[in-house]
Write a protein that binds this ligand. Structure first.
Ligand code: NAD
Ligand code: 3PG
Length: 529
């Protein structure tokens, strides 16, 4: 059996490679070189990148087997997440791996900009002993404006406090009370521009943020302001920044990122007031070890078909330990539901009852939805594209939760209405310390079925001899019955036979049984597939 192929398109730490271990065929390419990247994607199951590889729709289309794109870092502006989602490809990142390093690089550039460290260093190394030229400013009692008070912005705020600064910020998505807890005053962008002696950018690159600090904004700032960008190039318009510094409207800048990277010849580099570094915010051993190991673990989970907490295009949040066993159960129930229904429902309820319902169980709904489509959709169905498949088929899905449950067992139910109004339902339980799973209800009939590899269900009108026909025909075709349960609504009324068998039942045998017992429906489900 060939090992899954993992393509590493940018530098990944040894620790990250070690986590991948021998389970995969690890290949390497230069993600920044399209002529190398695109052909290298042909057989790839997982792609690991950083910020230099453009994982756009073209790259995703060049990777027909791709199941996960793993970004060994924070920013995802180089990944077309929408295109990946449409293709059923999970996108994961390492959201906290390098935030400390980025915050520290921010402090480094703030201080280097304030004290002209880099410029004085270069002059002295060039034999020039110049002091007054490199007179700088203190941070003490200065106002620092933070654009984007998220993970890194907050770490920067914490680290700046001992310098005796006043902290203000612009972040319309953060509650003022939260900012106040950190000793930061949330203001409008205009107010921050007007008041700040230092402006530091910690925003994601988005349609909203590109050019956020442009010519108009750089006419509103103090001429003594120093602008630091360790987030993404382009958020501060580089042409506008150049003009503002040339015209004395901005005192200086510290830049770690650029609108086009790699960047070796920007006009900004001519200016003595500008200190620059080549996107080093995450370039520490510690950050790269964390980023590498975190994404490698995510790749392993994703390729094992498991839910991945750091997935950015999968609903469901972080999965609590006691919820995890509900995922394979819900997926099996979804597959059994579709087998019983014989079509995709128009409306689906996924109900979770019991103690686990007090946790975030959205991912159980997702697992059930994945199961609903698994046996009826050609393409690979994943946690990523299952919601899109539902939307495309007009299937409305609702998650219903209740901590109440008979006999305190955790029960998952997949219940749906079909186009002709028929109702179909199947429930399963997680019970005992090992959370054993059982199917306990099918279309309202109480059952006790091990969700083993091969199941079959027949609905028919209750009358003598049916069990014998089913047993005879399966026996004639060498299919051994592991368990058989019969249930009926009333004597002579609707009835259900549920079977677990040791091997898959051929479709023609299902049809033969259905015709001999005059079944209303006969379906088999092979859960191993
Ligand atoms: N230079 C580097 O090596 C390096 C390292 C890590 C991260 N980064 C960059 O830093 C960015 C921020 O990282 P983070 O982990 O702090 O992200 P985050 O998501 O935790 O924080 C981003 C903050 O920006 C705010 N925000 C989003 N859009 C906004 C807008 N239009 N106006 C104002 N505020 C807005 C959000 O509310 C959030 O609080 C990343 O997206 C990445 O691009 C760079
Ligand atoms: O968004 C990030 O994580 C940083 O910009 C780091 O990017 P890198 O992994 O290319 O250093």
């Amino acid at each position: 059996m060939n090992k899954p192929v993992v393509l590493v398109a940018e530098e990944l730490s040894e620790a990250g490679l070690a986590v991948l271990g021998a389970d995969f065929e690890v290949r390497h390419t230069d993600g920044a070189d399209r002529s190398q990247l695109l052909p290298a994607l042909a057989e790839v199951d997982a792609l690991i990148v950083r910020s230099a590889t453009q994982v756009d729709a073209e790259a995703i289309a060049a990777a027909p087997k791709l199941r996960v794109v793993a970004r060994a870092g924070v920013g995802l502006d180089n990944v077309d997440v929408e295109a990946a989602t449409k293709a059923g490809v999970m996108v994961v990142n390492a959201p906290t791996s390098n935030i400390t390093s980025a915050a520290e690089q921010t402090l480094a550039l703030i201080l280097a900009s304030a004290r002209n460290t880099a410029q004085a260093h270069a002059a002295l190394k060039n034999g020039e002993w110049k002091r007054s030229k490199y007179t700088g400013v203190e941070l003490d009692e200065k106002v620092v404006g933070i654009l984007g008070l998220g993970k890194i912005g907050q770490l920067v705020a914490q680290r700046l406090q001992p310098f005796g600064v006043e902290l203000i910020a612009y972040d319309p998505y953060l509650p003022p009370a939260r900012a106040a807890q950190m000793g930061v005053k949330l203001l409008s962008l205009e107010e921050v521009l007007k008041q700040a002696d230092f402006i530091t950018v910690h925003l994601p690159k988005s349609k909203e943020t590109v050019g956020l600090i442009g010519d108009r904004e750089l006419h509103q700032v103090k001429p003594s302001v120093r602008i630091i960008n360790v987030a993404r190039g382009g958020i501060v318009d580089e042409g506008a920044l150049y003009s503002a510094i040339k015209e004395g409207r901005v005192a200086g800048a510290g830049l770690d990122v650029f609108s086009k990277e790699p960047c070796t010849d920007s006009p900004l580099f001519e200016l003595d007031q500008v200190v620059v570094t080549p996107h080093l915010g995450a370039s520490t051993h510690e950050a790269q070890e964390k980023a590498g190991t975190q994404v490698a673990r995510s790749v392993k989970l994703a390729l094992a078909g498991e839910f991945v907490p750091d997935a950015v295009n999968v609903q469901g949040g972080v999965v609590a330990e006691d919820v995890k066993p509900g995922l394979p159960l819900a997926e099996k129930l979804g597959r059994v539901f579709t087998a019983l229904a014989g079509e995709v429902a128009t409306k689906l309820d996924v109900e979770v009852r019991g103690e686990i319902a007090s946790e975030d169980v959205r991912v159980i709904e997702l697992a059930a939805l994945k199961g609903v489509f698994t046996d009826v959709i050609e393409e690979q169905v994943t946690y990523v594209n299952a919601p899109l498949l539902a939307k495309d088929r007009g299937l409305t899905v609702e998650l219903v939760t209740s901590s109440e449950s008979p006999d305190w067992r955790n029960v998952v139910t997949v219940r749906g209405v079909l186009a002709d109004g028929r109702q179909v339902s199947v429930s399963g339980t997680l019970s005992g310390p090992r959370q054993i799973t059982k199917i306990v209800e099918v279309n309202g009939y109480e059952m006790e079925i091990e969700p083993t590899a091969h199941l079959a269900f027949f609905t028919y009108t209750d009358r003598p001899g049916i069990v014998g026909v089913v047993g005879r025909l399966l026996g004639e075709h060498g299919v051994n019955i592991a368990s058989m349960q019969v249930a009926r609504s009333t004597k002579g009324g609707n009835a259900l036979i549920a079977l677990t068998v040791d091997s898959a039942i051929p479709a023609d045998v299902i049809d033969q049984i259905g015709s001999e017992i005059g079944a209303e429906s006969g379906r088999s489900v092979d859960l191993e597939g």
